[in-house]
Write a protein that binds this ligand. Structure first.
Ligand code: ADE
Ligand code: ZN
Length: 338
């Protein structure tokens, strides 16, 4: 049964775990490839889509980084962000905190300023154009060195007024959060907030390190925290948000099927969980598609979905007034009739 009548808009929500490079749809990828003279190793969009079958995080990352070759100019990044925001609006997104991976671009010779200027052009007009407020989160690639992360942070210093937080992503296992202690301390000293992917494929000890070594405000994914009762108690007591991505977890084989997803157990444990889309162009849906999927496959009811929507604003980096205004919109949103 739908949460709302088919004609009513989706629940207002914040997207807190979204890699902008993971919103690169096949159509735009081929258009940018043509425009920039980049040859893709796929004959057409269908051949590219056929490659969207992954046996874990690394097999996805290999394609994700390869396809970024089409992103070259500031205009490309503006177009990418505009395409995401237009879709996000349709999905009820009112606030988006957006990751980007500067090292994946600078390694190809695209300057960090080109990336940030291009993204900023779309994000700056997003409130008027799409009714969406935004924040930018600069992620370090954890499978690159700690020194490279420090250099990346220093190269971003001229742009820190556009950046709200730093994050940590890419291949998790073998790259624990503690490797990035120094760059996170530097970011915090510069007034930035901190988040990190932890407990997606990596063990609960990585979640502990994200909290105790990096001092994160939120944990991205974090689903493997359930293997450690003491950790769950800590996360629940401190109401540290976990940005969970259900369709991503199915596509990357973190869980076998959506019906096995631990989201209901996480809610029952009193965790501050949010629902997000991660890399929606690759994982079969944007954020409201994730809401629809968990309603259908996990049997979550209207009140749980409303809680998840409220949580998304509670867990955001919005100020208290902005958060409260959007939570009030969730409360006022029309419920389904039957
Ligand atoms: N980069 C893009 N998507 C990611 C994910 N799900 N985990 C780690 N790094 C990523
Ligand atoms: Zn992610």
């Amino acid at each position: 049964m739908p949460l709302t009548e088919p004609t009513s808009p989706p629940l207002p929500k914040a997207e807190l775990h979204l890699h902008i490079e993971g919103t690169l749809e096949p159509g735009l990828a081929f258009e940018l490839a043509r425009r920039n003279g980049v040859e893709l190793p796929f004959a057409d969009e269908d051949a590219l889509r056929a490659a969207y079958s992954f046996d874990g995080l690394q097999s996805f990352l290999d394609l994700y980084y390869a396809l970024m070759a089409v992103l070259r100019t500031a205009d490309d990044f503006t177009e990418l962000a505009d395409a995401y925001l237009a879709r996000a609006r349709q999905q009820g997104v009112r606030h988006a905190e957006i990751f980007f991976d500067p090292q994946a671009h600078t390694a190809r010779g695209v300057p960090i300023g080109t990336v940030i200027e291009g993204l900023s052009r779309a994000l700056d007009r997003a409130p008027e154009t799409y009714g969406i407020s935004t924040r930018l989160i600069l992620c370090f690639l954890r499978d690159a060195s700690a020194e490279e992360a420090l250099e990346t942070f220093d190269s971003a210093r001229p742009y820190l007024d556009r950046i709200t937080a730093v994050g940590l992503d890419s291949a998790e296992v073998g790259n624990p959060p503690s490797k990035f202690r120094e760059v996170f301390a530097r970011a915090r000293n510069a007034g930035l907030r901190c988040v990190a992917h932890a407990g997606e494929e990596g063990p609960p000890s990585y979640v502990w390190e994200a909290l105790d070594v990096l001092g994160v405000d939120r944990v991205d994914h974090g689903v493997r925290c359930l293997e450690d009762d003491t950790l769950v108690a800590r996360l629940a007591a401190e109401q540290i948000p976990l940005t969970v991505c259900p369709l991503s977890n199915v596509t990357l084989r973190v869980v076998d099927r959506l019906a096995d997803h631990p989201l209901p157990a996480m809610l029952d444990a009193g965790l501050l969980v949010t629902v997000n889309s991660d890399d929606p162009a690759y994982f079969g849906g944007y954020v409201d598609d994730n809401f629809r999927a968990i309603r259908e496959d996990l049997g979550l009811g209207e009140e749980q979905l409303r809680t998840l929507a409220r949580n998304s604003f509670r867990a955001s980096f919005l100020d208290a007034a902005g958060r409260d205004a959007l939570i009030a919109e969730v409360d006022r949103h029309p419920a389904r009739i039957s």
